[in-house]
Design a protein around this ligand. Structure first.
Ligand code: AHM
Ligand code: MG
Length: 334
């Protein structure tokens, strides 16, 4: 097969995608460029003495790793200049970042987690950038207000992630399936490597931080126990896998099937993950790949965020595995 670059792929799809105007393609192009810059910094991290924390605490109350803030700065700098955005929301920024008047503004809103799984950086384990693209509601102009940003995930016009692993990969959907591209470092281009990714209907792996057992309620314990005691379609027990980097755990789930769970617990009653920059983009990809994403009771993509940094429980992956959890929660709620 001849190499297909991500740009070529986007242009081919542009003909059939109403929202893929030149502005949208330009946005994706600059996102990809940001991803390449972050990838390069991560590869050099050990050499440049930028591993470890800055000593600061971010808006979520977590220690900021040096690479978190570097990735955040790369994204903000590049994307403010792309000409397609009017505002950005970052996991590392408390408030919405509006594109300043000296830069050309567009109709899109970008929400991102610049470096997900950053507690893994010091041990050289996968991290990633997750992004969600929304369109400004029709007929709105001038300063962007929060109600324009707080849209349910169903309204996303694109979403994806860049996984900085043994190879750097871009996994992207603009609403026409999910496609994976692998960075060829020699030519500096993402090449189509995983066309039309589909999540198997049922998997053989479950992924959850079992260390939270003592903080879980009865329903959650039963849901996790279900995977510990049930059989896969091959008649074997489920395997447990947990990287602790959502983007890596999701990527495995997208390819092999199964389920990733971050349930609510006594310390985090709304779960840990952020609806807008983590759950929504991955839920969009999961559904586009034929899978499912739930908060335990209903579809993630239908949740209306009440604030930029709203959190949600997340159960995501194969349809049958996510439904198994929903059935258990529904029974406990009744
Ligand atoms: P982060 O965005 O600050 O890295 O936090 C989110 C991460 C996810 O990547 C991961 O799945 C989860 O937090 C791990 O949390 P825990 O250590 O509680 O299992
Ligand atoms: Mg994260």
């Amino acid at each position: 097969m001849a190499d297909i670059t991500v740009t070529e792929h986007l242009l081919l799809h542009q003909k059939r995608t109403p929202q893929a105007t030149g502005q949208f393609t330009g946005l994706l192009y600059d996102l990809i460029l940001s991803g390449k810059s972050i990838s390069r910094r991560i590869n050099k991290a050990g050499l440049l003495d930028i591993l470890g924390g800055t000593g600061e605490v971010n808006v979520q109350g977590e220690n900021v790793q040096k690479l978190d803030s570097i990735a955040n700065r790369i994204m903000l700098y590049r994307m403010e200049r792309c000409g397609a955005l009017c505002a950005m929301g970052s996991e590392e920024e408390a408030d919405l970042v509006r594109v300043r008047s000296e830069f050309p503004r567009g109709d899109y809103i970008l929400i991102f987690d610049p470096l997900d799984g950053s507690s893994n950086i010091d041990v050289n384990i996968n991290v990633g950038t997750i992004f969600s693209i929304l369109r400004r509601p029709e007929g709105r102009s001038g300063e962007v207000s929060m109600d324009e940003v707080l849209q349910p995930g169903l309204k996303q016009v694109g979403a994806g992630y860049i996984l900085y692993g043994p190879a750097t990969m871009l996994v992207l959907s603009t609403g026409q399936g999910v496609h994976g591209f692998t960075l060829d470092p020699g030519v500096g281009e993402f090449l189509l490597s995983h066309p039309d990714m589909r999540i198997p209907e049922q998997g053989h792996m479950y992924s959850v931080n079992g260390g939270n057992w003592k903080y879980w309620d009865e329903a959650t314990r039963e849901a996790v126990s279900w995977f510990r005691t049930s059989e896969t379609p091959a008649g074997k027990p489920y395997s447990a896998r947990y990287v602790g980097a959502l983007v890596a755990d999701f990527h495995r789930t997208l390819i092999y099937g199964g389920i990733y769970m971050y349930p609510p617990d006594a310390k985090k009653p709304n779960g840990k993950l952020r609806l807008m920059c983590e759950a929504n983009p991955l839920a969009f990809l999961a559904e586009q790949a034929g899978g499912k994403a739930s908060d335990g009771y209903g579809r993630i993509l239908e949740r209306v965020p009440d604030k930029l940094h709203a959190r949600t429980p997340l159960f995501i992956g194969s349809v049958k595995d996510v439904e198994a959890v929903e059935k258990i929660y529904a029974r406990h709620r009744a």
